[in-house]
Design a protein around this ligand. Structure first.
Ligand code: PLP
Length: 416
């Protein structure tokens, strides 16, 4: 880290330590990935200095002619990648993109129909601790008790009963594909806007590995740092008829100056996503997730819904009598990074939870395949069932040796 190392060794040391942390363990957080050096180069550039309130060609500051080119490229690439009428690449994050949808289509007190957080939704989908549940009337659907997949009958019943302004599909812990045609039909029947929050799975759409919500939804919001593998940020695409409204909602309603370095990094990422290599990657992410879910299931760590069609699986630990919090701590002590997660109808509090969520975006970026997924399942099962939160425990050490072997064979950010 050159000059930074001599001026601020504390922060330089943190950058090095974080890189070593990433390299040293198995990263199985479903919402994380490892951006390319090209994306990171754009992020660490002088475009960070530029104020550019407004949109390309219509800025409130001088000197925007260079950054305009970056934003125009990001917009055109996003439109081409997703076959969308319009793209806004300025949202700072997934939550910011979501705010813009509320700002564009809803007045305080209006009703939104969305998936409940404990069933797989997201904080910004109308929970009481978020602006979305404080300022709007959120009605929530969940999952079917038998299938553990979205309760489509409940979606239709609640839509007809409450006639929401907006119907939202998508969430943070949904292992299965979503029936977008169904949501579109219900939204049309009750005169609602149909919004898809594709934060989790947009990378699989970009890689043409799963069906796209873009032809069906009025607006699709997403983060750019999950399977997609871009910078930490957000974006949205929409039908032409909503373009002006959503642009005004992003700026000036919800945000100030756009982060031009991040927008340039999004442009780099969208270019990466249009390559055959990325399409292969997206398909392998799903293959790996399916094998990992199945292999964990064989060890008594049951995947909800019976498996996955996407990059993540949710596992019920009640059968092995371990809580999500204990499983997370035991895995962590052995160098496996995953998160505790509520499962549908969870009897535990959210900070304890009965489940874990695992995802394959990072390990697939490292080049691991289905054989390695079986090894990972063995390591997780040993850590979670026999391990301990103490890194010096014999089982933690034994599992860590297996983790080290894997990440040595498939290094993150290979040296040189
Ligand atoms: N929407 C969904 C479905 C998410 O999973 C997330 C983040 O995990 C977000 C929105 C929020 O994204 P951000 O953390 O970038 O604000």
């Amino acid at each position: 880290y050159g000059a930074l190392e001599s001026f601020d060794p504390d922060i330089a040391g943190i950058l090095v330590d974080e890189l070593e942390r990433i390299r040293g363990g198995l990263q199985l957080i479903a919402s994380e990935n490892m951006s390319s050096p090209e994306v990171l180069t754009a992020l660490g550039s002088t475009l960070s200095n530029k104020y550019a309130e407004g949109y390309p060609g219509r800025r409130y500051y001088g000197g925007c002619e260079v950054v305009d080119r970056a934003e125009n490229l990001a917009i055109e690439r996003a439109k081409a990648l997703f076959g969308a009428d319009h793209a806004n690449v300025q949202p700072h994050s997934g939550a910011s993109a979501n705010q813009a949808v509320y700002g564009a289509f809803m007045q305080p007190g209006d009703t939104i129909l969305a998936m409940a957080l404990p069933m797989g939704g997201h904080l910004t989908h109308g929970t009481k601790v978020s602006f979305s549940g404080k300022w709007f009337n959120a009605v929530h659907y969940g999952v079917d008790k038998q299938t553990e997949d979205i309760d489509y009958a409940e979606v239709e019943r609640l839509a007809k009963e409450h006639r929401p302004k907006v119907i939202l599909a998508g969430g943070s812990a949904i292992p299965r594909l979503i029936d977008f045609e169904f949501f579109r039909r219900v939204a049309d029947e009750v005169g609602a806007i149909f919004w898809v929050d594709a934060a989790h799975f947009i990378g699989l759409v970009a890689g043409q590995a799963i069906p796209s919500p873009v032809p069906h939804a009025d607006v699709v919001t997403f983060t750019t740092h999950k399977v997609l593998r871009g910078p930490r940020s957000g974006a949205l695409v929409c039908k032409e008829e909503h373009a002006a409204k959503l642009d005004k909602a992003v700026f000036p309603m919800m945000q100030g100056g756009p982060q031009m370095h991040t927008i340039a990094a999004k442009a780099v990422n969208f270019k990466e996503c249009a390559t055959p290599e990325y399409q292969t990657y997206a398909k392998r992410v799903i293959e790996n997730a399916a094998v990992l879910a199945e292999a964990l299931g064989e060890k008594g760590i049951r995947p909800t819904t019976g498996g996955t069609d996407t990059h993540l699986s949710l596992h019920d630990l009640q059968g092995i009598e371990v809580t999500g919090a204990d499983a997370e701590a035991r895995a962590d002590a052995a160098g496996i990074v995953l998160n505790k997660n509520a499962i549908p109808f969870d009897p535990q509090k959210p900070n304890i939870a009965s489940g874990i969520r695992v995802g394959t975006p990072c390990v697939t970026t490292q080049g691991m395949g289905t054989e390695e997924m079986r090894e990972i399942a063995d390591l997780i099962a040993t850590a979670v069932t026999k391990g301990d939160a103490d890194p010096d425990h014999a089982v933690s050490k034994e599992v860590r040796a297996g983790v080290t072997d894997l990440v040595t064979r498939f290094p993150a950010y290979p040296r040189g």
